[in-house]
Design a protein around this ligand. Sequence first.
Ligand SMILES: Nc1ncnc2c1ncn2[C@@H]1O[C@H](COP(=O)(O)OP(=O)(O)OP(=O)(O)O)[C@@H](O)[C@H]1O
Length: 259
Amino acid sequence: MLRAEHLSFRIGEKTLIDDVSLRLTPGEFTMVLGPNGAGKSTLLKLLTGTETPQHGQVWYGDRPLPSIPLATQARQKGVLSQLLSLPFDLSVADVVMMGRYPYFDLNPTAQDKHVADDCLASVGMLTFKTRAFASLSEGEKQKVHLARVLAQLHRPAGDESVKYLFLDEPISALDILYQHQILSLVQTLASQTMVVFVIVHDINLALQYARTVILMDQGRIHGMGSPDEVLTADAIEAVFQLRPYFLTHPGTGRRVMIC
Ligand SMILES: Nc1ncnc2c1ncn2[C@@H]1O[C@H](COP(=O)(O)OP(=O)(O)OP(=O)(O)O)[C@@H](O)[C@H]1O
């Protein structure tokens, strides 16, 4: 369980996050939506310890986040942010192996290499292993970074510790096939005692995949709950200033939004 109580965060005169409290349960796929500038990425930074709130606290399990040693955090928390460029000339394999740094001293073990290959394969990028990372397309880079974070959170058989996965717009550069493949993969991970917090802009993907939705507006949580509870026409109009319509998907019966 991840718990945040009364988080507030200001920069200068601007309040980016205003008294936000939430609980994220392992096994639930939580998707975060809201207009540009609503505070989604800032909330992710507070929940992961990249930024420190002026007020409020974050707990992972029963421990306040700042009290957890960084080496422990590195084994339990994976973050994929929007900044995907790397300053060095690394291969794809090197980038994914960065996810294994918390697990080995000088050189990766055969097990680390095996995990890295598995994670690359899970995002469809194993055949790119020897390519220079800088030469990849933006979508390919996004998949490799996701593989790096998955390698970081890999659990050996029998390890049932809770892991925490945070993804900031992980599918923004992906084609529709990979959007669905990656979200299906993350959905499966969420069901395996993982706290999963994913920022997306596509409301239909949230309707399809999320168990819990957080709708943010102006640094606050406008609504949190099941997609059907939170993503109503009134809530979407209030937050995005655009009245949507909902149709019924002919194949699944699920709600589909059009504007
Ligand atoms: N260093 C800063 N100084 C002042 N304002 C900032 C700073 N960093 C971010 N902000 C502002 O805080 C607000 C929230 O930003 P944030 O990146 O969290 O929004 P977001 O919901 O993730 O937006 P997007 O969907 O566009 O990625 C924005 O209005 C942004 O301009």
